[in-house]
Design a protein around this ligand. Structure first.
Ligand code: FER
Length: 282
C-alpha cells in the first residue's frame, strides 16, 4: 500500500509539472520589432585543460547592467555542432527577446561554449571519431576549471549553485546531465534535451538520488516522441520515477532536430531561476 501511494504521488508530481509544458505558440522564434533586445557577443577564455584559448558565445539579456548580478545558463550543443550551433539553428536570442518582452523570463546571461574540448575543436568531418567523442567528456574539466571561473571573473554574475544552470541538446544533453548531476554543488538547474548515448547509465548518473531530491531546483528530461534516442531519456526518467526524484519529463511531438530543441528552450527559459513546482512536490 505504501508503495502504491508513493508511486501515485510521484506520478502526480511529474504530471503537475508536465502540465506546465506546452508546445510553443506560433511566432515564438520569429524576430519582432521590440523596444529592447539582448546582445550576442563572442568571448575567448584561456583553457588550462586544453592548453589553448577557446571561444564561446554569450547572450546578455536586455538591459544588462553591471550594477546588478545575474544568474547564468550554460547551454550546450550537439555532436555535429560548435559554439555557434544554437545561433545557427535555434534562434535562442529571438526566443529569449520575445519572452523578455512578455515578462516571462528572468534576466540572465547565457553562455554557449564549444563542448568539444580539444585543440582543433571545429565541427565537421567525422564527428564520431573516438578522440572527438572523448573531447565531449574532457569538456567537464574545461567548463568547471576554466570557463566558469572566467565568466565569473569577467561578468557581473551570481556565483552560487542556485544561480547556475546547465542544459544541452543531444550530446550536450548528455554532458549537461553527466556534469550537472555529477556536480550538484555547482548547478541547481540541470536538464537534457534528447540526450545522446554519452549520458551515463542512471545508477552512475545519480547513485545517491536523495541528493538530487533535496538540492535540485529543476531536473528536466525531454525528448521528441519520434526520436531514435528516446530510450536514453526514458531510462533516465524511469530511474528518477523509481527513486522519487522530482523532475520534468516532457515527451513532445517530433524527432531529433531543432524544432524540438527550440520548443524545449522556450519552455525551460520560463522556468529558470524562478521558484518551481518541482521544489514544492518533493
Ligand atoms: C551516438 C548517437 C548519437 C552517439 C552520439 C550521438 C556518442 C549524438 C547525437 C547528437 O549530438 O546529435 O551513438 O554516441
Amino acid at each position: 500500500m505504501k508503495k502504491m501511494i508513493c508511486t501515485a504521488l510521484c506520478v502526480l508530481s511529474v504530471n503537475l509539472i508536465a502540465q506546465a509544458q506546452q508546445v510553443a505558440p506560433k511566432g515564438f522564434d520569429v524576430e519582432q520589432q521590440l523596444a529592447s533586445t539582448g546582445k550576442i557577443d563572442s568571448i575567448v577564455y584561456p583553457s588550462k585543460t586544453v592548453g589553448v584559448s577557446r571561444k564561446a558565445i554569450i547572450y546578455t539579456s536586455p538591459g544588462y547592467n553591471t550594477t546588478k548580478e545575474y544568474p547564468v545558463l550554460y547551454l550546450l550543443h550537439g555532436i555535429g555542432g560548435d559554439e555557434r550551433e544554437w545561433l545557427r539553428h535555434g534562434n535562442p536570442q529571438v526566443i529569449f527577446d520575445n519572452l523578455y518582452a512578455q515578462g516571462k523570463m528572468q534576466p540572465m546571461l547565457v553562455i554557449m561554449p564549444n563542448g568539444r574540448a580539444m585543440t582543433d575543436d571545429r565541427a565537421g568531418g567525422n564527428v564520431m571519431a573516438p578522440d572527438r567523442v572523448a573531447a565531449f567528456s574532457t569538456f567537464e574539466k574545461d567548463l568547471l576549471n576554466d570557463l566558469i571561473p572566467y565568466v565569473e571573473s569577467r561578468f557581473s554574475v551570481k556565483k552560487d549553485r542556485e544561480h547556475r544552470a546547465i542544459f544541452g541538446l543531444s550530446m550536450g544533453g548528455g554532458q549537461a546531465l553527466n556534469f550537472g548531476l555529477g556536480h550538484i554543488d555547482t548547478f541547481a538547474w540541470v536538464g537534457g534535451f534528447s540526450s545522446a548515448p554519452n549520458t551515463k547509465l542512471p545508477q552512475e548518473l545519480l547513485p545517491v538520488p536523495k541528493e538530487a531530491k533535496d538540492r535540485l531546483k529543476l531536473l528536466w528530461i525531454s525528448c521528441g516522441d519520434q526520436d531514435g534516442l528516446l530510450n536514453i531519456s526514458k531510462r533516465t526518467h524511469d530511474y528518477l520515477l523509481e527513486h522519487q526524484v522530482p523532475h520534468v519529463y516532457y515527451l513532445e511531438p517530433g524527432g531529433h532536430d531543432f524544432n524540438v530543441w527550440r520548443n524545449d528552450l522556450y519552455n525551460v527559459s520560463q522556468l529558470l531561476f524562478k521558484e518551481t513546482k518541482s521544489k514544492e512536490v518533493k
